[in-house]
Design a protein around this ligand. Structure first.
Ligand code: FES
Length: 166
């Protein structure tokens, strides 16, 4: 199995150390690992299980239960497109198609250059703004109007190109 780099391992160690005496530490640790590494590597589950006296299987169960956790590395930029009923009816699928075409990221996957991840999500609870996309945590309501999401994505790509990352 591929080993994590030392920096990522020490990030995990710090997180575990920080929270091991708190109540309900597993979720808190997983949350921080997800936030800091962008995904939950297997090594993190092992370390968390060790520190909290739980089994790796139990920690894995928690990871699988919550949609916010992912075991695959994410792209540098994350696009969520809501495919709940209201958003689907108002053009959610079009947003998905546009995002895939522009970035090369398949639905629920990452583009080959590692720049973009695209996730189709369930209702985000903002149906009044349908169709909704979330780009790097920023909510874009009415996202098909004037190609709002598409324009935001193009800006990111331009910026990445300017910095020589694409
Ligand atoms: S269906 Fe998309 S926010 Fe509710």
């Amino acid at each position: 199995m591929e080993r994590l780099n030392p920096a990522a391992l020490s990030t995990i160690d710090n997180i575990v150390e920080r929270h091991k005496n708190e109540p309900g530490p597993v979720i808190v640790m997983l949350h921080d690992v997800q936030e800091e590494l962008g995904y939950i590597p297997f090594e993190a589950m092992e370390k968390i299980a060790d520190a909290t006296d739980t089994s790796v299987a139990e920690v894995y169960g928690v990871v699988m239960f919550y949609a916010q956790f992912t075991t695959e590395p994410k792209g540098k930029h994350v696009i969520n497109v809501c495919l709940g009923t209201a958003c689907y009816v108002k053009g959610g699928q079009k947003l998905i198609d546009q995002a895939t075409e522009l970035t090369g990221a398949p639905v629920n996957g990452t583009s080959p250059d590692g720049m973009f991840s695209l996730d189709a999500t369930r209702c985000l609870g903002a149906c009044g703004l349908a169709p909704v996309a979330v780009l790097d945590g920023n909510v874009i309501g009415d996202a098909t109007k004037d190609n709002k999401m598409l324009k935001a994505l193009k800006l990111i790509i331009e910026e990445e190109k300017k910095q020589g990352n694409m």
